[in-house]
Design a protein. Structure first.
Length: 335
């Protein structure tokens, strides 16, 4: 009998955390014109008849069980997430009193998971990204889950192989081979660069740097150690609040915490990165990038046709000119 490969060894017991509590301010000039309201981008239908969160759920459903999927949302967005998650398990909706950044959102979800599964393998996903090849992305996620179970003292990042020296993304700088798998290499991490200048981005690309997709996978114990060593005060406050079943007071006393900057960048020796060369990852962080992605994927929703026809200035320079030219203003921001 043929033995399954690493990619085929799915972990039905793994947990997914979907981060859906952001305010989407960078894209609000576009999403408000599309929807007519102030819903954040994760609840907006930019591609087809599903929201970005809906596409994320569909993408991950073949990998993670519904009862092991958590959605971290913001109570201010209740009107939008209750409509979006009407069919989700109520216990899987983690409603924060306010948006305190990705670091706090991950702590709350992780501690909730640990109440049910002390030996959990956990994967964290933003809910506002695009993947041109979702099957390739799924293969990378499955491989990272296997690796997380095997190397349970490290947190694994998925790093997209860059197509150009992008100055609007975070970068991961690899530090050499840690292990090999049938999916590809697993690399050590030497450091992070958040939205570097163009010259630095070009140098990082030459040195084999990777775009930080923010997709993060690891054993719960590895996440705990990483968080305790970088943001211990927030860990204690949230743990105490969950024990009292009262997050409201704790959130009043918490500053926003960026997981990449406050946690990942401070402890690169605890991290590994798995390169992703095939999924065609894009972070939909601003209107230009949304339009570029739609053009590249030959996707033309009705709202885009209407806005192009009216010459709407929200589209910037991306809609009426080729994608290759549309990238130039973005790159020049780093000069």
């Amino acid at each position: 009998m043929k033995r399954p490969t690493e990619e085929e060894q799915d972990r039905p017991d793994a947990w997914a955390i979907l981060l859906a509590g952001g305010d989407g301010t960078r894209l609000q000039s576009l999403t408000r014109k599309i929807t007519g309201d102030l819903r954040p981008k994760q609840f907006c239908r930019l591609f087809g008849d599903m929201s970005l969160l809906g596409h994320t759920r569909k993408r991950l459903r073949p990998i993670f069980r519904d009862d092991r999927t958590l959605f971290v949302v913001n109570k201010d967005h209740e009107t939008f997430y209750m409509e979006e998650l009407f069919d989700a398990n109520a216990s899987g909706i983690v409603a924060q009193p306010a948006n305190r950044g990705t670091g706090v959102a991950i702590i709350v979800a992780l501690l909730r998971i640990l109440k049910h599964d002390a030996d959990a393998v956990v994967a964290v996903f933003p809910s506002d990204h695009y993947f041109a090849d979702e099957a390739a992305f799924a293969a990378t996620v499955r491989s990272s889950l296997v690796a997380a179970g095997k190397y349970n003292e490290s947190v694994i990042l998925i790093g997209a192989e860059p197509q150009w020296p992008e100055v609007g993304y975070g970068w991961i700088e690899p530090a050499g081979l840690f292990a090999s798998s049938s999916h590809g290499p697993l690399l050590r991490v030497s450091g992070f660069w958040e939205k570097p200048q163009l010259a630095t981005a070009r140098e990082l690309m030459k040195r084999g740097g990777l775009w930080n997709t923010f997709v993060t996978v690891g054993h719960a114990s590895a996440f705990l150690e990483l968080l305790r060593s970088t943001i211990p005060d927030a860990m204690v406050k949230i743990a105490d609040a969950l024990a009292r079943d009262d997050l409201d007071d704790a959130y009043l006393d918490l500053d926003a915490i960026d997981f990449s900057m406050a946690v990942l960048s401070r402890e690169p020796h605890r991290l590994l990165v798995m390169p992703d060369a095939a999924s065609g990852w894009t972070d939909l962080g601003n209107p230009d990038r949304v339009i570029e992605t739609l053009i590249q994927s030959e996707n033309e929703p009705s709202w885009l046709r209407e806005m192009c026809g009216s010459g709407d200035p929200t589209l910037g320079t991306s809609a009426p000119i080729p994608v290759s030219d549309a990238l130039i203003p973005t790159l020049e921001q780093g000069q």
